[in-house]
Design a protein around this ligand. Structure first.
Ligand SMILES: NC(=O)c1ccc[n+]([C@@H]2O[C@H](COP(=O)([O-])OP(=O)(O)OC[C@H]3O[C@@H](n4cnc5c(N)ncnc54)[C@H](O)[C@@H]3O)[C@@H](O)[C@H]2O)c1
Length: 239
């Protein structure tokens, strides 16, 4: 997601500094700086945050896995981003949360917090940290509960959850730059799917108007999932 976002924003001449613990797959576009650093290292994270006007925090473990890994990369990682932001006075942070924070809800009901995995618990915690820092420091935080980021929908539940790459760029850029009145905002990140399970609360505040919809990709079959989190909700906890 970060690779595509950076490529899209770079075409508009927006200056960017990318961070990842792994080397970049390809040479970054012109005007884009790449910093190889690990979010578990607070000093390196703070150094990378210097002089930045907004951080889109996407890095972390993105699949279910051992709880200790979630604590290290996703919870401590989010804490270090927010602490770096406080120290470097970065005014805005976008946190990549996940629809899995509400993944244990039945697909035909409302969606209160109900994380479906250790991964989702790490995202709930990152949202909570974002809320805390937004209220106790000067940073504004937008938590985006991303649906299913794919080039196109590939399974029935994507009729509700799909987020297209160009909509992701529009949403994340708005979340990073749009003037906001309050300190903290949570939004769901999907395309304009007619069958979405989640409210569009916050989209207007961000000026987010999706260009795509899973409705443009008919024929993916009947929904088999019991829970919003799909397989994440059905799988056993890792040991
Ligand atoms: N792809 C989706 O459908 C989806 C859905 C919901 C939420 N999200 C969230 O969006 C974000 C981006 O997802 P993605 O699919 O692009 O993930 P990805 O796995 O492609 O990219 C994550 C990147 O984070 C880096 N990383 C991991 N731990 C790190 C650390 N400690 N320090 C520095 N870098 C580290 C990895 O090297 C990797 O390049 C993630 O936070 C993910 O949880 C994605």
């Amino acid at each position: 997601m970060g690779t595509r976002l950076a490529a899209d924003l770079a075409t508009h001449g927006i200056p960017l500094r990318l961070l990842d613990r792994r080397p970049a797959d390809a040479r970054p576009p012109a005007g884009v700086e790449f910093v190889r650093a690990d979010l578990r290292d607070l000093d390196a994270t703070e150094k990378a945050a210097a002089g930045i006007s907004a951080i889109v925090h996407l890095a972390g473990i993105t699949q279910e896995g051992p709880f200790a890994d979630m604590v290290e990369h996703n919870i401590t990682g989010a804490h270090h981003v927010l602490e770096a932001v406080r120290r470097q006075r970065v005014p805005r942070v976008v946190l990549a949360s996940s629809h899995h924070v509400t993944g244990l809800n039945p697909v035909d009901g409302p969606a209160p917090l109900a994380p479906d995995s250790f991964y989702a618990v790490s995202k709930v915690t990152a949202e909570a940290l974002g809320h805390l820092y937004a209220h106790k420091t000067d940073v504004q935080v937008v938590a985006v509960r991303i649906g299913s980021y794919r080039d196109r929908p590939t399974e029935p539940r994507h009729r509700a959850t799909w987020l297209s790459p160009r909509d992701a760029t529009a949403l994340l850029y708005s979340a990073a730059t749009r003037p906001l009145t309050g300190p903290f905002l949570t939004v769901y990140g999907t395309s304009g799917n007619r069958e979405s399970w989640w409210p569009r609360t916050g989209w207007n505040a961000l000026g987010y108007q999706p260009s795509d919809s899973a409705d443009q990709h008919p024929g993916s079959g009947p929904l088999a999932d019991r829970f919003m989190g799909g397989a994440f909700a059905d799988d056993d906890l890792p040991t």
